[in-house]
Design a protein around this ligand. Structure first.
Ligand SMILES: Cc1cc2nc3c(=O)[nH]c(=O)nc-3n(C[C@H](O)[C@H](O)[C@H](O)COP(=O)(O)O)c2cc1C
Length: 430
């Protein structure tokens, strides 16, 4: 089989199901420890995942009252993991709205050196208003402006990575030359948002141009990904919409002169695996029981771009509040949730419970065979090139997936049994 699935393990606290830190399966005290991240990364690496992925939001908001959503600096954590992993890619989120491109280019190039070519940058524009408060008093810039800045930001980062030729460090004792200046050029970028002279103060990293992922699914987000990224992370609930998303992503990639398969689309899933279907459902119900219904307004509001929901009755059908969504918040996800609530006639409580339990992603609940079959169905229908695996609880939920679902995908020829390449870019290409 030529086309193979790709997996990224999404890591948040002791699991992404809201309140799962209450479960005896987790250890809340471990959430911010190196041992925890090492254990999780090694589980994903033993299963030959393409990448370990650490998201970031630059804020915790009120969610921390109910949820293990602490946000360590991804680059620092990934730098530590470099020494405890050998093959798996290490992807971290870094915002194009609240950083300088020189800093990001340098951090990720350094990470690429530390990992011998396993680093990846998840490009986000930051859609959460609360993050703006940490970077001055201005409100979050408008959606369109954030993406305009992101385009130029990525161009500068990639340009900086390419200033050094591979053979620029000659370290020639006879002539006393360490670096050959004729092989290191400046960038001399002057644009609307940035003026960056370059070059980076480190030699070209093993991947040169690092693997990039992009996580916005609005029009501008898709275009940014289609132009630059190797991976697109997305939220999709039904197979037909996801097929349409994949088709559109591929056609956008070709419009930028890239091969249609240059960009892999990975929707997020939350797998909940049991020895029997009933056992998996029981586990899902247990996770659902940890959702704190008293905090649903804050939770829903956070996922709907900060819109005020305090007037809503939890047991009334969720109303169409599309018009009230803040213009500069995330575009794709709130719309997806509202459409789902309206289509399935969910109450406010039901929508909140569903989103809280699975971090707003698609739960896949069943035996290992059932979960594997579900993923194969999506993959064969070209509704996905792989998945972001968002474990409900960590590390056990990831271990269940790695030890029971992955072998079934390997037996059926859908997933690698061992790594064939050594860099993240090579994993994504295979
Ligand atoms: C699997 C996945 C991971 C994501 N990780 C992040 C992240 O780490 N930080 C972030 O700000 N946004 C992240 N996002 C994207 C946001 O959820 C949000 O959709 C996006 O920032 C809004 O872009 P849009 O307006 O183009 O839809 C992620 C999305 C997905 C599907």
């Amino acid at each position: 089989m030529t086309r193979q699935m790709h997996f990224a393990a999404f890591i948040q606290g002791v699991g992404a199901a809201q309140g799962v830190w209450k479960s005896p399966r987790t250890d809340a005290a471990a959430a911010m420890t190196l041992n925890h991240w090492v254990e999780v990364a090694q589980i994903a690496e033993a299963a030959c995942f393409d990448a370990f992925f650490l998201a970031d939001a630059l804020t915790i908001g009120d969610q921390i009252a109910a949820d293990s959503t602490e946000r360590p600096d991804p680059v620092v954590v990934l730098g530590a993991l470099a020494g405890f992993t050998q093959r798996i890619g290490l992807i971290g989120t870094s915002s194009t709205t609240y950083n300088e491109p020189f800093t990001v280019a340098r951090q990720f190039a350094t990470l690429d050196h530390l990992t011998n070519g396993r680093a990846g940058w998840n490009i986000v524009t930051t859609a959460i208003q609360a993050a703006a408060g940490n970077f001055g008093s201005d409100p979050l810039p408008a959606h369109q402006d954030r993406y305009e800045r992101a385009e130029e930001f990525v161009q500068v980062v990639v340009g900086l990575w390419e200033c050094w030729q591979e053979d620029a460090i000659v370290a020639d004792v006879a002539s006393g030359t360490y670096g050959d200046l004729s092989r290191i050029r400046p960038l001399d970028h002057v644009g609307k948002f940035f003026q960056v002279k370059g070059p980076l103060p480190v030699r070209r990293s093993p991947q040169g141009r690092l693997a990039l992922s992009q996580a916005g699914s609005s029009g501008p987000g898709m275009r940014l990904g289609a132009r630059w990224a190797d991976l697109t992370f997305t939220t999709q609930f039904d197979i037909e919409s996801s097929r349409a998303f994949v088709r559109e992503t591929r056609s956008l990639a070709t419009s930028f002169g890239r091969p249609s398969n240059a960009l892999k689309v990975l929707p997020g899933i939350m797998p909940i695996v049991g020895a029997t279907t009933a056992e998996a459902r029981e586990l899902a119900n247990e996770f659902a029981s940890y959702v704190d219904i008293d905090k649903i307004h804050a939770f829903l509001s956070h996922h709907l771009g900060g819109v005020d929901l305090s007037g809503l009755d939890p047991d009334e059908p969720f109303p169409d509040i599309t018009d009230q969504l803040p213009a500069n918040a995330s575009v794709s996800r709130p719309r997806l949730y509202i459409q789902t609530a309206l289509r399935e006639k969910l109450t406010v409580r039901q929508l909140a419970q569903r989103m809280a339990m699975s971090l707003g992603h698609r739960p896949v609940i069943g035996t290992a065979d059932e979960v594997a079959q579900d993923l194969i169905t999506w993959f064969d229908a070209e509704a996905a090139d792989g998945f972001v695996v968002i474990a409900a609880d960590l590390p056990q939920g990831l271990r269940d997936f790695a030890e029971h679902v992955v072998p079934r995908l390997q037996d059926r020829g859908y997933f690698r049994r061992k790594y064939s390449g050594s860099t993240l870019r090579e994993h994504l290409a295979s």
